[in-house]
Ligand binder design. Structure first.
Ligand SMILES: [Zn+2]
Length: 256
């Protein structure tokens, strides 16, 4: 069993701290900034065993060097590409084991936002960096639209109950776009109200779940006629398959 602590950094980034419930050991996911992580580590007297990196962008990795230099213990740093001299390289299908084998995460390669992007997941949890967001998805910077669509489709194939820990609080903004496309989606309307309440109270809207995202995230709904029809109407184009729907949707959102 683990507890997951939410660490805010920069404007809207989340760094996730996975704490072993039976010890003071923990894992840090995407520390773009060391300061807020070191504060919690000191306050709760934690020992960082490992750092998991989803991809190379600065707001996910810039805190790594400081975390390594501030620790007396050896910290394992996992990433797909060699981002640091101490990087341990991960690849598709690999299983990472932590806390004396009490907790493990699988590696899934999800290129699209960047080519080195990976997600870490198990039966309950998903850490997906900038691939899937609540009600949205990451921009396609380095990969192809087909790669990003395939990555998102794989994430959507995880169990509905999977808790999704993405790296940004973009939910409210994403929902404006989602509502624009599916103004009659009941679950979307309910979620908009819930998110608005949470944000007014300064609360995070993350984690979300795969089940919820499949019900309202336009980027996971490229097979749904309500979404496809609405997009075809708005863009006045014919969309012949889910990939062309996803591509049109992502480009539309980029300029929305
Ligand atoms: Zn990124």
């Amino acid at each position: 069993m683990v507890n997951i602590l939410t660490i805010k950094s920069f404007n809207d980034n989340y760094i996730w701290l996975i704490k072993d419930s039976q010890s003071q050991h923990c894992i840090v996911v995407d520390p773009g900034d060391a300061g807020p992580v070191l504060e919690i580590v000191a306050a709760q007297q934690l020992v960082v065993d490992a750092i998991l990196l989803t991809h190379r962008h600065y707001d996910h990795i810039d805190g790594v060097e400081a975390l390594l230099s501030e620790s007396d213990e050896t910290i394992a740093v996992y990433s797909k590409d060699k981002l640091f001299s101490k990087s341990l390289l991960v690849k598709e299908g690999q299983v990472l084991s932590f806390f004396g084998g009490r907790f493990s995460l699988n590696v899934m390669e999800v290129p699209g936002h960047t080519l080195d992007h990976v997600a870490y997941y198990n039966k309950e949890l998903l850490f997906c960096g900038d691939t899937l967001f609540s009600a949205g998805c990451g921009r396609v910077f380095e990969g192809t639209f087909a790669q990003m669509f395939a990555a998102l489709s794989r994430l959507a194939g995880l169990p509905d109950t999977t808790q999704v820990y993405c790296a940004h609080e973009y939910t409210q903004n994403n929902l404006i776009f989602a509502f624009h496309l599916e103004p009659k989606n009941e679950q979307l309307l309910k979620y908009i109200q819930l998110v608005s309440k949470k944000r007014q109270q300064g609360l995070a809207t993350i984690p979300t779940t795969i089940g919820l995202e499949k019900a309202l995230n336009p980027f996971l709904r490229c097979q749904q006629s309500s979404l496809v029809n609405s997009l075809q109407k708005q863009l006045a184009i014919e969309l012949s398959d889910p990939l062309s729907c996803f591509t049109a949707l992502r480009k539309y959102k980029d300029h929305f």
